[in-house]
Design a protein around this ligand. Sequence first.
Ligand SMILES: [Zn+2]
Length: 162
Amino acid sequence: MDHPRSPDQVKVGIMDDPHINAASGGGGEFYVTTGLLQKADDLRLAGVLAHELAHDDLGHVAKAQALGVGLNIGMVILDQIVPGSGALTPIAGGLIARAYSRNEEYAADRHGVDILKRAGYPAQTMLNTITWLAQTEGTDSGGFFATHPATADRIEALRNVR
Ligand SMILES: [Zn+2]
């Protein structure tokens, strides 16, 4: 992380959504779906979270919010999270905002690789995660691919930087 946050600055909201998805709400706030938690193993969960962390770390979230695009749903959800409650009550609703440009998505994948490496994860974790997303979620309209570019394009872009 270029702009590390201490653990007490980080909040994670769990959304009651069978699709595999995650989002960064800015300011150290993240959302994961119950679908992601149920279907991902630890490495894939780390891969998805690294991508969302990268969006936050690279300033994409702040930029999107300044432009007033996307993450409107996140703003609604934020009100429903009780800070420090420790209760894992899934939030109803889905993540449908597509907030970032394609270049920002590719940058988040690349920076996510750096974050994973620094955390000691295998170098292939991000590529494996994206491949797994494609195989598991397919072209399902409600999940990760509703808010992210086509997987084949992301894999290609990630391979090209090596
Ligand atoms: Zn993204």
